[in-house]
Write a protein that binds this ligand. Structure first.
Ligand SMILES: *Cc1c(COP(=O)(O)O)cnc(C)c1O
Length: 492
């Protein structure tokens, strides 16, 4: 048995030259693909045979890299989600950039584990966090960490809020030490990751007070204050308010200054979920409204959405560096830092979050910001906002389209309407319009429900979208809607 084990076996190629030429071929294919993305369908159905191919068992024997790449090109590459396409408008999904792709490749080549140690990636990671502070105008003394997404960034901040806000050692005792149940407040329009965070942090769903919004989908401050007062009177333990800088449904920005004042009055941690909307701070027309992000104790935002970085990357910033570090720092024997050598270097990143092993996700941000400069990002973000207002105008000008919420950032919610159709009929009709837009590969909006009304939802965090893409979207929605009206199902 032992004789058969080769002590010199590795996973590196025997033939570096064929690996090299495969790499060149891939780069050519990638650049062709990205350059020509506009000519491709936004989305296409996955054939059954292709789906079946993903049922094959774990490979025991080798294939050639040519075979593997061929399978990728046949079964995976064409059937992508489409979020890099200029007419992808669903959910809140970023596009990435070509240079970002190359940065990811370099990061994978170096493959450092960016947690601890004296190596350049640690300093790049630190610099990107510092740039994030500058983008949000947070003080240099604030701390932050790059994470996989805003869900992780939000829970990281809420853990610090929970641990630091009380004069109790929650890290040691858990939440059972709290006299009365911990509660946090946010608007009913808040992203579901806040509720999940509360569940994971041991607070439970009941601890999330989802405060009613006004007709503009912003949190109602009077309702918030009433809820806090009622909870205090009943012996609950309020500790945090989560404000929205851009909700998923409509892009609503809560009145952040007023929230800051409420937090100050009741001594609550003020956290902001700015997953995409916080980046609008870079746009002059929004910088005043979003200035109160600077008053918050913490802010979470994605860089893979409205900074167009390849997935995954987000950032959380925390003003009180001591609160942040003392919420996460643990130093086991196997992670001791040294004065010199590889185990020197900056404060280990795992003192600021849950993850130990971390990719070099900072590199794509570092390279992309140098490539374009922050001003260019501000310009493209502003373009997306102005595109949303342009789309709003197109909707208002069309006889059979109805705007369902005034645009205030980068999201447009509307529906196709036709006289005499019930709310349910219109829902079916608009669902069908969205599906046909996707199946015909034209565009990918998503949907939502606003005040019980089914809406086509167009969210623009797309650096590739051009004005003509919005004209086409509207033309095609009207074409499909009109066709459906004359077809049997929707005949009156
Ligand atoms: C997308 C989003 C999140 C979650 O972010 P992920 O990066 O998907 O984890 C949270 N809040 C808002 C407002 C979002 O748009």
């Amino acid at each position: 048995m032992e004789e058969s084990v080769n002590l010199n076996s590795t996973l590196d190629p025997k033939d570096w030259s064929s690996m090299r030429s495969m790499g060149h071929e891939m780069i050519d294919d990638i650049m062709d693909y990205l350059e020509g993305i506009r000519t491709k369908p936004v989305w296409q159905e996955i054939p059954a045979a292709v789906k079946d191919s993903f049922q094959s068992p774990v490979p025991q024997k080798p294939s050639t890299i040519e075979e593997v790449y061929h399978e990728f090109k046949t079964n995976i590459f064409p059937y992508t989600k489409g979020n890099i396409h200029p007419r992808f408008f669903a959910w809140v999904q970023g596009t990435g950039t070509p240079f970002g792709v190359l940065a990811e490749m370099l990061s994978a080549a170096m493959n450092p584990n960016v947690t601890i140690g004296e190596h350049a990636p640690m300093y790049v990671d630190q610099q990107v966090v510092n740039w994030c502070k500058q983008i949000m105008n947070y003080p240099e003394s604030a701390t932050g960490i790059l994470l996989s997404g805003a869900s992780m960034a939000n829970i990281t901040a809420l853990n610090v809020a929970r641990n630091s806000q009380l004069k109790l050692n929650i890290r040691k005792t858990g939440v059972k030490a709290v006299p009365g149940q911990l509660v946090l407040y946010c608007s009913a329009e808040t992203h579901s990751c806040i509720q999940k965070a509360a569940e994971v942090l041991g607070l439970g769903t009941d601890a999330v007070r989802k405060i009613k919004t006004n007709s503009d989908y912003q949190i109602n401050i009077n309702e918030l204050v009433k809820a806090i007062e009622a909870d205090l009177a009943e012996g609950f333990y309020p500790f945090c308010v989560v404000g929205n800088a851009g909700t998923v449904n409509t892009g609503a920005i809560d009145p952040l200054d007023e929230l800051a004042a409420v937090c100050l009055k009741y001594n609550l941690w003020f956290h902001i979920d700015g997953a995409f909307g916080a980046l609008a701070k870079l746009v002059p027309a929004y910088s005043a409204r979003l200035k109160a992000i600077e008053k918050a104790d913490s802010v979470a935002f994605d860089l893979h959405k409205w900074m167009y970085m390849p997935y995954e990357i987000a950032c959380v910033l925390i003003k009180d560096n001591h609160a942040h570090r003392s919420s996460f720092a643990v130093t086991p024997e196997y992670l001791l830092q040294q004065e010199r050598g590889l185990a020197g270097g900056p404060d280990p990143v795992n003192n600021y979050g849950m993850e130990l092993s971390r990719s070099f996700k900072a590199l794509k941000v570092w390279m992309s910001l140098k490539e374009h400069g922050l001003e260019k990002y501000a310009e493209v973000i502003n373009k997306n906002i102005l595109q949303a207002f342009y789309l709003e105008k197109l909707v208002q000008q069309a006889d059979n389209l109805e705007l369902l919420c005034p645009v205030n950032l980068n999201i447009v919610c509307f529906r196709y309407v036709h006289q005499g159709l019930s709310v349910n009929d219109l829902e079916e009709l608009n669902k069908e319009i969205i599906i046909q837009l996707q199946e015909q590969g034209i565009a990918s909006p998503s949907s939502t429900i606003l005040n019980g009304i089914y809406a086509i939802r167009v969210c623009i965090v797309n650096q590739r979208t051009l004005q003509a893409d919005l004209d086409l979207l509207i033309e095609e929605i009207i074409r499909i809607g009109d066709q459906l009206i004359v077809s049997l199902n929707f005949a009156l």
